[in-house]
Structure formats: structure tokens, C-alpha cells
Design a protein around this ligand. Sequence first.
Ligand code: C2E
Ligand code: SIN
Ligand code: SIN
Ligand code: FE
Ligand code: FE
Length: 550
Amino acid sequence: MNADAISRKVLFVDDEPMMLEGIRRQLRGRFAVTTAVGGEAGLAVLREQGPFAVVVSDYRMLGMDGVEFLRHVRELSPEVVRVMLTGQAELDVAVNALHEGCIFRFLSKPCSRETLTAVLDDCLEQHRLAVSEKLLRRELDAANQELRKLNQNLENLVARRTATIENLYLLVSELNGLDSLEEVVHSIVLRTADTLRSRRAALLLPDASGEYLCMRAAVGIDAVIRGQVRMPIGAPLAGRVYQKGECVVVNDAAGLSALAPACEPVELLSAPLALTPLLTPEGPVGVLGVAHPIEAQGYDSESLAALHAVAKAAGIALLNQVRRQERDDARDATILALAKLAEHRDPETGAHLERVQCYCRLLCEALAAEEKYASVVTRGFIENIVRSSPLHDIGKVGIPDYILLKPGKLTDEEFEIMKTHSRIGGDTIRALVEQGRRQSFLDMGMEIAYYHHEKWDGSGYPFGLTGEAIPLPARILALADVYDALTSRRVYKASVPHARAREIIIEGSGTHFDPDVVAAFKRQAGEFERLSMALAEPESGRPAVVRVAG
Ligand code: C2E
Ligand code: SIN
Ligand code: SIN
Ligand code: FE
Ligand code: FE
């Protein structure tokens, strides 16, 4: 009930109905007077009709006296202004009640209508003040509380924004240093989960067909489920986010079913969930999603702003990555074409290049099993050497045909010219490597081209490097190349059997070849023989000139 409605309500309590009737008559029109005969009845009225502004009670009543009654009134409603009517004889009682705080004032009987009216006006004013003060205090408290909450929110907001900016900074600087798409997508989902303080984050990219989104990276999502994700582009949820370029936030289960997501695996469909497209100047490149916020009940506008910021950085990074990859792929393709060209001029056939690749892999596998090489000869190292080994002789494009295709033994001068093929090849690849930014298999290709004719004891060419100064890939390729040159027919020589080739290579341990690589060869010798026969040249090749070099 508001202050106005109770502002004139006065309750009179006395045990003489006549007395009450008199007061009622006197005060009619000025106050909203209610009367009750006796304390019990007075309390009942307060309970049923309260609150009142003023309660006036006689002291001398049968049963409960005025002080006792007004004490109860105070307990019931502390704001009510309490007044006691007393005779001269009970003045001390009234004074005690005043001190006790049980009444605000007392009136001596008998009192005139004027006195009563003036006192009641006073009391009403006092009540009005008390009530408005209480309201004011309540408002003040509320305002203070609001302010505290606001401050707290502000602090939270600042903390969240700071964390978001930090994460974005980390993401952007991290992305700049990454070379592979794999690393980029992984970094994106990790930073997204961090920034949005979520247990789950996922990056969806279109597959090769361009019809479906696949989950390229995720945190908090089972790898099996991740692998199963195939969401049609255009269909809810993620496929539509991608197509429409609009984000979706679902904070409760009802909202989720309203969106009728038909295409997501059920394991992924739990609210709260937020999905945003990765938009780039060239259109959407993917969808970034988060779910399972760690602390919050859902994703608010602040989290969405953070998600958009991450998505923007991620989109650009992905686009750059794709462009870089395309550029690098184009460069690698150019060089492979070059290697093919060299192969055309080289009397050695494509099968030679393929066999050398296989021999390199065999040697690598044996080396990787050794503690000394396990951390160097990794899967990546092996892939690299296999891809780059066909480039080892591309420098032969620079060797005149009369030397390259000479069916017999080279003169010393001719051989000097022949030897330049490793420097020509290395220089050619170096020029290409220096244009690219990404470390590629071409770095290894360059090493192999330069150093595949170096020898362990320093007697090789073009630089005369010794031992471990010769890069490991070149030491490996040197053995593979010589084994193949020995066991194949060349324009200038016939082939030797595996057993003889094996002897020659073992003899070369520590002079021509790295002893560790020779040891690896010994362990794989059976495989070498098997492969050399499986990938042998057809007999209808060029006529062999029977001469065994060495
Ligand atoms: P390639 O034919 O691929 O031979 C690669 C390497 O295998 C040779 O490097 C050599 O270390 C080894 N090798 C090849 N044949 C024999 C052999 O009969 N016995 C022994 N012990 N080792 C052998 P090298 O000597 O630096 O030769 C580099 C390239 O020069 C050869 O590549 C080949 O294209 C050319 N070449 C070398 N000698 C002759 C030659 O007498 N006549 C012609 N036409 N070309 C030659
Ligand atoms: C997520 O759980 O982060 C993504 C789920 C979805 O793409 O529907
Ligand atoms: C060169 O001098 O042509 C290249 C040698 C190297 O890469 O160390
Ligand atoms: Fe060579
Ligand atoms: Fe070769």
C-alpha cells in the first residue's frame, strides 16, 4: 500500500464504546477514523486492515493496558505513530513508555477537540516523513546496489575486453609465424576457445566439392565425431551460417529446436551455442563455432563481439594461408616440371628417379630406428627427401649433349664440365627458394642438388665438404644415387649385379659414404635388391655400352 492511501488512517482504541463514538463524531471528515474496543480488538484491526498512520490508545483498559497494546503495535508495524491517552495519575507510566520508545507522545485526558486535531495533524506529518524517509532510504540502497552492480559489470567488461584483445593479439602474432594450414586451423580453435571461455570450439571449412562443411579443427569434440561432420552448405545450422553470412546464437534448448538443425550430429547440438561465418573480402571461407561456455549461462553481445573479432582475424589468416599455399604449390609444380625437363635430356629414365626415391625412403626408415637419428629423420623429413630427391640432377640441363649422352668414358675436361651439374642445380633451386617465404621441400632439394656428389672424406665436388658438414639428406641421396647408377645400365656403362654394388658401397664406407648411412644400407640391402629388380628397366632400352666404371 502506498503512503498516500494510509496517510490519514487513524485507529482509536478504548474499552468504552461511548468514548470512541464521541471521538469518531469529533474527527469525522478530517481523518479516516477506525475504532476498536480493547487491545485485542485493536490488534485484530491492525492485522486485518493495517497499515495505519497513527494509533491512539487509552492507557486504562480492561485486560491489556495501553502500554502493552502499543508495544504489540510497535512489533507489528514499527512506522506507525503511537499515541497514548492518560489521566493525570498515570503520568509516570506515560513518561516511561516515552523513554522506552513504545510511544511517540501522550495526551492527558481530557483533551479538547482542537488539541486532539492539532496532535493528530502533527502525527500524520511525522508519519509521512518517516515513510518517505524509509522510501528514500530504500531507493538510495537500490541505487547504490545498482551502482555497485554496474561497477562490477564494468570491471568484468573491462577484464573480458582486455582478455579478448590479448587473445586476438596472440592469435594474430601466432598466425603470422605459422606455415601450414594444419597449424593455422589448430591455433584458431585454441584461441577461440580461450577467448570465448568455452569448452568447445570448432572450425568448419568447405570440402573439396564445395557442397559440404567439414570440421577441420576442434577442441572439446571427440575426434570420431569430428571426422563424421559433413554439413550441407545452405542447411541449418552451420551450412546456413556459411551461406547467409550471418551468425547464430542459441542460448537455450528451445531456441535450438526452433532452428530445426537437421544436419549437425546430435552430439554437437547443445545450447548455449554460437556460430559465426568467417568472412573475407573474397566471401565466406568457413564457420567458427563455440559451445559450452565455462562460466556464463550463455553468449551475450560482448561474447559475440569477441567471436566476430576472432572470426575476422581467422578468416584473413586462412585466406592468406590458402593463397600462400597456392603460390608455393605453383612454385613447387614449376620446379618439378623443370626436373621433368632435365629428366628428358638425361639418358636416365623416370624409373631411375623413382628408384632413388624408394632407396632414400629405405635408408631413412633404417636411420629413424636409431636413437641418434630418431629426432632428425622424422616423418616430415622422409616426406621431404622423397619429394625432393628427383631434383638432385636437374643441373644436368646445363650440360651439353655431347658430354651427357656420350656413350663412352669422359675425358678429364669433359668430366670437369660434367661436375658443374651439382652447382648449376643448387643455384637454380636456390633462386626459386629465395622467392618463396615458406620453408618447403625445395630447401632440401637445394641441399641435395648442391651436395650429392660430396664425399665423406672430402674428396667430392663441388665444395669438397667433409663428414657431417655435408647435409644429411645429401649423404643419404649420395648412397641411393650410386647404388642405382651401379645397378642400372647407363649410356656409358653396363649394370653390375646387386652383390657387387653392395660390395662397392660397403668399401666406400668412411671414404665416399657416411658410415652410418652405409650401416643403414647393410640392414636394408635385401630390400634394395628386391626393389632394384621390381623397378628394373625394360630390356628394350638403349643399347648398353659394356664398360664398368669405378
Ligand atoms: P650417374 O650415372 O647418375 O652416376 C652417379 C654416381 O654413381 C657417379 O658420380 C659415381 O659416383 C657413381 N657411379 C656411377 N657409375 C659407377 C661405376 O661404374 N663404378 C663406381 N664405382 N661408381 C659409379 P660421378 O662419377 O660424379 O658422375 C656423375 C655423373 O657424371 C654420372 O651420373 C653420369 O651422368 C656422368 N658420368 C660419369 N662418368 C661418365 C662417363 O664415363 N661417361 C658418361 N657419358 N657420363 C659419365
Ligand atoms: C560446436 O559445437 O562448436 C559447433 C557445432 C556446430 O557446428 O553445430
Ligand atoms: C654456393 O656457394 O653456390 C652455395 C654453397 C652453399 O649453399 O653453402
Ligand atoms: Fe649427380
Ligand atoms: Fe643420378
